[in-house]
Ligand binder design. Structure first.
Ligand code: DQA
Length: 146
């Protein structure tokens, strides 16, 4: 149980070595610490989950209905085609923010489509780790009803 769950999708466990020119040099562990610190700064508890498996993320969203008050999610490439993840997110009624480290709109055309965007409260792209901090601020405000 925690206020916010930060979910990371496929290949984000490779951050640090994966295409640093696009994703930066921070590892997933670094980002996770930043998420937990950012949440704590708003008086919120947090947990972080990364999986390369779509089903794990769908099930984490299902579990979040009872376990968490808000979701911050970087679904990785699942963003662009996972209707099952979009359907799961639609079930979760609390604040939900989608975050992408890179500016997906400046990249290949297939990255310009997000099937989860319609079922989240907002999307932050292209700001690297700062996007997670801003998403945390957004979630904190939404939880307060702002
Ligand atoms: C990403 C963008 C996706 O297109 C890509 O598949 C990722 C990372 C990002 O954070 O910029 O894995 O979600």
């Amino acid at each position: 149980m925690s206020d916010i769950i930060y979910l990371f999708g496929p290949n984000l466990d490779r951050l640090g070595t994966r295409d640093p020119a696009v994703y930066g040099s921070a590892t997933l562990a670094d980002l996770g610490v930043g998420c937990i610190d950012a949440a704590r700064g708003h008086g919120l508890s947090a947990e972080v989950l990364q999986s390369n498996r779509e089903a794990d993320l769908v099930e984490a969203v299902h579990a979040a209905v009872k376990r968490n008050r808000a979701i911050v999610i970087n679904p990785g490439a699942l963003t662009h085609y996972s209707y099952s993840l979009a359907d799961a997110l639609a079930i979760f009624s609390g604040p939900k923010i989608e975050v992408h480290l890179s500016n997906v709109f400046a990249r290949e055309p297939w990255r310009h489509v997000s099937v989860v965007a319609p079922v989240v409260d907002g999307t932050i792209v292209g700001l690297g780790a700062l996007g997670l901090t801003l998403a945390t601020e957004a979630v904190a405000a939404l939880l307060e009803g702002n």
